[in-house]
Write a protein that binds this ligand. Structure first.
Ligand code: COA
Ligand code: AMP
Length: 629
């Protein structure tokens, strides 16, 4: 069957399609049906089945006689460490950790926050939670204490599992002080913390609250897998919305297992036993789906890579890892390839390694620019596949499903909708637009298994953010179009979310931080185009009347404030002071116009602008920062 046959077979009978896919999962009690309609456009999948994620990701491979197969390869050029963990070792380690967590009171449904770098123990912590039916929420290490505190208050975890430190090129990220500070800031307090002490930095533990990862497992009983309902939350993952309050995307257990398992063969074209590598971070959705769960559920070997595309030690790192570990399918963000291409435009490093095992490269996280795809195609000589998805969906909305059929690649398009996704381009009033016209991208409800059923503790926000604007549809927040052959093109966000080095960030959240500076009366943050990172945040600050402190000092303080409040990952380094912000007569800040000016694009003077003269002041300020040329 080709792509069209598979897509049509899903469309003809979605329930039968997903029930068939569900047969590849080990259920304690199989579900009686796939879709459960909860009314008000709310849906769940496999709700009445009983199942355990850790069993499916780990134990069942041991039971099937593949216990000696490598489950996790840890390759850390930043600490010069390599290690392999087999499925049987992983089962034993995770069962002990889960047993120790249970001995301290963690049970099914309890939340556990995980704040760890790219080390195998991060996956073990996730799997130990899954084993007990506890709901994990992994927080990316590049976020500051305040962001961690916000997540602690929203998820109200019983426990927090952290590492003593993370390693960034040239600097140690001191996780423990960040964790202590976050717990101090948060209203909710966890019962206890488990700290994995790394040899690069041993953290000071707080007696009675903090336990050493190794010590607290001593003498406990290993825990068995706890079957949970198909609609039991597997995890919560916070992602940026339009405000400083992140959205807690919920993932239900049954659909997560079925969809990820289906995607491994049909999209990524790997078979059990193959090595699959997603060079991302466990703090992002790519890390959840394709470093931890997807490969392990499907019986693949996964790679935990602690390093950067360049500088650890050079632009050949990716190719060294692919060659050494015989990676079949490789997944990364376009920004990582741009970083490599910048240092090694002719692919000199690529030529040094034997990449014969590599069959395909997948890119996601941001728009894949044609130049980057062409560079990768030319040098790697394998299909380079752009695919489009979001934290909310957990797996691809659109892709080139290599395991079904390799469709022709069209540069600039992540190819076609996957089964489960009826993608429509809508006008503002919600009417489908003809091919080739730009509009809001929406997906007809229900969304497929594995996608978000709701937001944690925020069903109203879920409805308002995703369902209300286009009744009967999920609003993706992306704008784009479809061509006559059904290929999708993802062009821009329709909200205040920007994408910096494949990291999704909220300009609204940065504005909230800047507005808290004592001298700032009003501010705006926009995303300007950047050759390496895709976009960079840039802030405009209007100061309080009478403020006569030097502007460069205020700019420096503002940059430091965003780093301190949101974290280094915000990459907020550009800001300028202006007298006024351009607005419409009704007071709306004209951010889109400012973006066009910054990117030196032609723009139409907005008909509703209050005072066109302000735009010249904005241009001048931008020229001072090297933009609006
Ligand atoms: N913990 C702590 N700090 C982190 C971090 C982490 N896990 N990840 C990134 N940071 C810090 C970086 O050290 C940097 O700090 P600095 O301002 O002191 O230099 C800052 O956050 C910005 O990081 P980033 O935007 O990632 O830039 P970079 O200069 O470190 O690296 C690239 C540039 C292109 C090499 C890098 O962005 C990259 O590899 N991106 C891959 C994107 C990716 O995997 N996205 C996931 C979605 S698929
Ligand atoms: P995240 O939730 O962090 O995965 O970010 C999701 C957003 O990243 C999407 O809504 C898009 O705006 C953008 N994105 C992800 N993948 C792609 C892609 N292949 N092409 C264009 N944009 C993408």
């Amino acid at each position: 069957m080709g792509y069209k046959d598979v897509y049509d077979s899903w469309k003809a009978d979605p329930d039968a399609f997903w029930m068939e896919a569900a047969r590849a999962i080990d259920w304690d009690t199989p579900p009686s049906q796939a879709l459960f309609d909860r009314g008000d456009h709310m849906y769940e999948w496999f709700a009445d089945g009983m199942v355990n994620t850790c069993w499916n990701a780990v134990d069942r491979h041991v039971e099937a006689g593949r216990g000696e197969q490598t489950a996790i390869i840890y390759d850390s050029p930043i600490t010069h460490t390599k290690r392999e963990i087999s499925f049987v070792e992983l089962r034993n380690r995770v069962a002990m950790l889960a047993g120790a967590l249970r001995a301290k009171g963690v049970e099914k449904g309890d939340r556990v926050i995980i704040y760890m770098p790219m080390i195998p123990e991060a996956l073990e912590a996730m799997l130990a939670c899954a084993r007990l039916g506890a709901v994990h929420s992994v927080v990316f290490g590049g976020f500051a204490a305040h962001e961690l505190a916000v997540r602690i208050d929203d998820a109200t975890p019983k426990a927090i599992i952290a590492a003593s430190c993370g390693m960034e090129p040239g600097r140690v990220v001191h996780y423990k002080p960040l964790l202590d500070n976050a717990i101090e800031q948060a209203t909710h307090k966890p019962d206890f913390c488990v700290i994995f002490q790394r040899e690069q930095e041993v953290a000071k533990l707080i007696p009675g609250r903090d336990y050493n990862w190794h010590g607290f497992q001593y003498g406990v009983q290993p825990a068995d897998c706890v079957p949970v309902e198909g609609n039991h939350p597997a995890y919560i993952l916070y992602t940026s919305g339009t405000t400083g309050q992140p959205k807690g995307v919920v993932r239900h257990t049954g659909g997560h297992l079925v969809a990820l398992n289906w995607s491994m063969k049909n999209i990524y074209n790997v078979d059990p036993g193959d090595v699959f590598w997603a060079a991302s971070d466990v703090g992002w959705v790519v890390g959840h789906s394709y470093i931890c769960y997807g490969p392990l559920i499907h019986g693949n070997t996964t790679i935990v890579f602690e390093g950067k595309p360049v500088g650890t030690p050079d632009a050949g790192t990716f190719w060294r890892v692919i060659s050494e570990h015989k990676v079949r399918s490789f997944f990364t963000a376009p920004t990582a390839f741009r970083a490599v291409k910048r240092e090694d435009p002719k692919g000199g490093f690529i030529a040094k390694y034997d990449l014969t095992d590599l069959r395909a490269v997948f890119l996601a996280g941001e728009r894949a620019d044609p130049a980057t795809i062409e560079w990768a195609q030319e040098h790697l000589k394998v299909p380079v596949i752009d695919h489009w998805w979001q934290t909310e969906t957990g797996w691809s909305i659109a892709a080139n499903p290599l395991g079904i059929e390799e469709l022709p690649v069209k540069l600039g398009s992540p190819t076609v909708p996957m089964p489960g996704y009826d993608v429509q381009i809508l006008d503002e009033a919600g009417h489908p637009l003809p091919d080739g016209e730009l509009g809001a991208i929406a997906v007809k409800l229900p969304l497929p298994p594995g996608t978000l059923p709701t937001l944690w503790n925020a069903e109203g926000r879920f409805q308002k953010s995703y369902l209300d604007h286009f009744p009967g549809y999920y609003e993706t927040g992306d704008a784009g179009m479809k061509d006559a052959e059904g290929y999708l093109y993802i062009m821009a966000r329709t909200d205040d979310v920007i994408n910096v080095a494949g990291h999704r960030l909220s300009t609204g959240a940065m504005e909230e931080v800047l507005a808290s500076h004592a001298d700032v009366a009003e501010c705006a943050v926009i995303g300007v185009t950047d050759d390496l990172k895709g976009q960079l945040p840039l802030g405009f600050l209007c100061l309080n009347a009478g403020c006569n402190r030097p502007h460069d000092v205020i700019v420096k303080e503002s940059v430091a404030l965003v780093r301190q409040q949101i974290g280094p990952v915000a990459a907020f380094k550009l800001a300028c002071v202006v007298d006024r912000l351009p607005k419409t007569r009704s007071g709306k800040i004209l951010r889109a116009t400012m973006v066009k000016i910054a990117d030196s694009e032609t723009f139409k003077m907005p008909a509703t602008i209050d005072d066109p003269g302000i735009l010249e002041e904005i241009s001048q300020a931008l020229r001072g920062l090297g933009y609006a040329k």
